[in-house]
Design a protein around this ligand. Structure first.
Ligand SMILES: Nc1ncnc2c1ncn2[C@@H]1O[C@H](COP(=O)(O)OP(=O)(O)OP(=O)(O)O)[C@@H](O)[C@H]1O
Ligand SMILES: [Mg+2]
Length: 269
């Protein structure tokens, strides 16, 4: 194929080509993923869904550079990924803040080794903590914060070095329903103001439809792209969307597809 045939479409920021992952242990081999090929756009919010164990986290870790694919490659902004980098911010389900550092210091720590001066790091951390509404807790330690507050700090930290891509693996999965709703609204606001390439993983279909421009559903293991939808719900969005007919119709479709994969997985044992 010529370069022209493989050239990504306009606005593409990340290109995943033929990604597979096979885990080997002494007793067994698990074909966890793929092949998966996806083009992700610079200003699009993409959510990955799929039955448990279909390789969502594996795919996110590969894009993050935390794991190597067995085959295939990831390119971000035209450069191949070989490891973690500041072009990608990460927020995972479990709180990954340093317990011995204050909220402010946690964000500043992420900015070490940048060209920013100490004063600039302090200013940058303040700016992003304000963006996510935790300015009043700058001097607190993570253990003094609620789960939702900690995830706000994790989001501030991931955004503070201005990555071109944000990777989020079930970031609100451990939160109670109301806090989760608050966090979804916060993320929507932040994203609508700052538009960047987001790759988000969730089990929650409402959350996927509420937040995303694009929803990619993976099949059961090894995960492959089974559905790729752009519901086209206008922005800015409010919680009213959660009860709208358009959400309900996408929800029915996605739930049916997930049930199908779940049933296939049960048959396969
Ligand atoms: N380090 C590892 N060694 C061996 N197998 C692994 C490893 N990590 C993941 N797996 C297996 O690979 C498959 C995909 O795992 P992964 O965590 O990516 O799925 P997932 O879609 O994120 O699942 P969940 O929805 O439960 O978070 C699973 O069968 C899992 O057991
Ligand atoms: Mg996972």
């Amino acid at each position: 194929m010529s370069r022209m045939d493989t050239a990504p479409t306009e606005g593409t920021d990340a290109v995943l080509t033929g990604i597979t992952k096979t885990y080997h242990s002494r007793k067994r081999t698990v074909e966890a993923l793929g092949p998966v090929s996806l083009e992700l756009k610079a200003d699009e919010f993409t959510t990955l869904i799929g039955v448990s164990g279909c390789g969502k986290s594996t795919l996110l870790h590969i894009v993050a550079g935390l794991e190597q694919p067995t085959s295939g490659r990831v390119e971000i902004g035209g450069s191949e990924v070989f490891g973690p980098g500041r072009d990608r911010g990460m927020v995972f389900q479990s709180y990954t803040l340093f317990p011995w550092l204050t909220v402010q210091a946690n964000v500043e720590f992420a900015l070490r080794d940048t060209e920013l001066s100490r004063a600039e790091r302090r200013e940058r951390a303040r700016e992003y903590l304000e963006l996510v509404g935790v300015s009043d807790f700058r001097d607190a330690f993570p253990s003094q914060l609620s789960g939702g507050m900690r995830q706000r700090v994790a989001i501030a930290r991931a955004l503070s070095y201005r990555p071109r891509m944000l990777l989020m693996d079930e970031p609100f999965g451990a939160l109670d329903a109301q806090t989760r709703q608050d966090m979804q609204e916060l993320l929507l606001q932040v994203w609508e103001a700052h538009r960047l390439n987001v790759l988000f993983v969730t089990h929650d279909i409402d959350e996927a439809i509420f937040l995303s421009d694009r929803i990619v559903m993976l099949s059961g293991r090894p995960g492959r792209v089974k559905l790729d939808l752009r519901p086209g719900i206008p922005r800015p969005r409010t919680v009213d969307i959660l009860t709208s007919p358009v959400l309900m119709s996408y929800k029915a479709r996605l739930l049916a597809a997930l049930r199908e994969e779940g049933a296939a997985a049960t048959r396969a044992g």
